[in-house]
Design a protein around this ligand. Structure first.
Ligand SMILES: [Zn+2]
Length: 379
């Protein structure tokens, strides 16, 4: 098979199992003749059951080998080999490290303490020097964690930091996930709202400058906080422009445990539409689809927890506004049949857009039933 665009494949070692078996991750790269646009890093399957991103990377590889690219693009499917292989019965688990219980996507590194001193020391540097030195600082922080840490790392940190080393070399980062049973939605930093309309994704959650350990935040928070530190020192920059042309997104591609190569092709075209907008690919054929795109702020993205145990009939379709008082779901309680109420309807007092729901029909009291947009608006 001949692939254009200086395609290379390498295998990155990210850990070892008890038997000594190596944990490896494939890394695919396209190198531009002249790197003029922002560079790109895309990974998939950090959570075990969220497999559709691997199919999207397949379709991206197929499309990119024929594209006219302006910058380097790195793609990593099967980003977390432990989670990817974490089966129980017929289901894939792999949202949490089975030993520590920590969410695999909360283990990335960012030390906010480096921002202020860096901005002060480099207040008079050129834009080019600031960008190069800060990129290097982020990489040095990761190297320090990986190679100079006598107390070692958890399994998840070792995987996450090696992925982060690739992500920190790029300007634009996409972390491909899925919900449980879910519509497509996008986590987008607030400053990058304009970019959300280039993905073929109808729902966007706008997130603030708060680091909680996820890949997208670990990529944009350092730059956003640096921009704010410079602002405080009287040297204003605009996020998304110049040396701060840095964006990262968590792309939720639909439901877990599913591969659909045709849908993956559509998803890949949506990603290429965004990359075209950012000047990464020159091909003019990639344009965003016409659709109504809704957004809400992260504080308005609400989880609804089940008021009771039972068997759930999920009623509300995804992505369509549901007026206050309309039923989201009904709960079947066969233990109440004959001497009580076997059906319990659930509704909300707000207008909402249902985005995802729990993957199983049987829930305990307090299980997260739905996640919904409130106070939503059109993009
Ligand atoms: Zn996920």
């Amino acid at each position: 098979m001949s692939i254009n665009n200086n395609f290379t494949k390498t295998v990155m070692s990210v850990g070892e199992m008890a038997s000594g078996a190596k944990l490896t991750v494939p890394v695919y790269s396209f190198k531009a003749e002249q790197s003029e646009g922002p560079s790109v890093y895309i990974q998939a399957n950090m959570h075990g059951a969220e497999v559709q991103g691997n199919a999207v990377i397949f379709q991206l590889l197929e499309l990119l080998k024929r594209c006219d690219i302006n910058s380097n693009i790195t793609l990593v499917p099967y980003a977390n080999p432990v989670a990817c292989n974490h089966k129980n019965g017929e289901y894939t688990l792999g949202r949490f490290d089975p030993i520590t219980g920590v969410n695999w996507n909360r283990m990335y590194h960012f030390d906010q303490g480096v921002i202020e001193p860096f901005a002060q020391e480099n207040i008079d540097e050129s834009d080019e020097a600031i960008e190069a030195k800060f990129k290097q600082l982020m990489l040095d922080e990761i190297e320090q964690k990986l190679d100079h840490n006598i107390y070692g790392l958890t399994t998840g940190q070792r995987i996450a930091y090696q992925l982060q080393r690739l992500a920190h070399q790029a300007d634009l980062v996409l972390d491909l996930h899925t919900g449980p049973i879910s519509s497509k939605h996008l986590y987008c930093p607030e400053y990058a709202q304009a970019s959300a309309s280039y993905f073929d994704i109808p729902h966007t959650i706008l997130i603030p400058n708060i680091f909680d350990g996820a890949m997208d935040e670990a990529t944009f928070c350092p730059w956003w906080q640096l921009q704010q530190a410079y602002q405080n020192l009287g040297r204003p920059f605009t996020m998304g422009q110049g040396l701060f042309n840095k964006e990262s997104f968590t792309v939720e591609l639909g439901s877990q445990e599913q591969i659909d190569l045709d849908v993956a092709h559509q998803d890949a075209l949506g990603i290429l539409s965004y990359l075209k907008y950012k000047g990464v690919v020159a091909d003019t054929e990639f344009t965003p689809q016409q659709m109504t795109r809704y957004a809400c702020y992260l504080k308005d993205y609400k989880a609804l927890y089940s008021p009771m145990g039972g068997m759930i009939d999920f009623l509300a379709p995804f992505g369509e506004p549901l007026t206050a008082g309309q039923p989201l779901a009904r709960i079947l309680r066969m233990d109440n049949y004959g001497d009580g109420d076997p059906l319990h309807y659930i509704s909300l007092d707000d207008d909402v857009i249902p985005i995802l729901h729990f993957a199983s029909a049987s829930v305990n009291q307090g299980t997260e039933l739905y996640k919904v947009f409130t106070n939503y608006f059109k993009l």
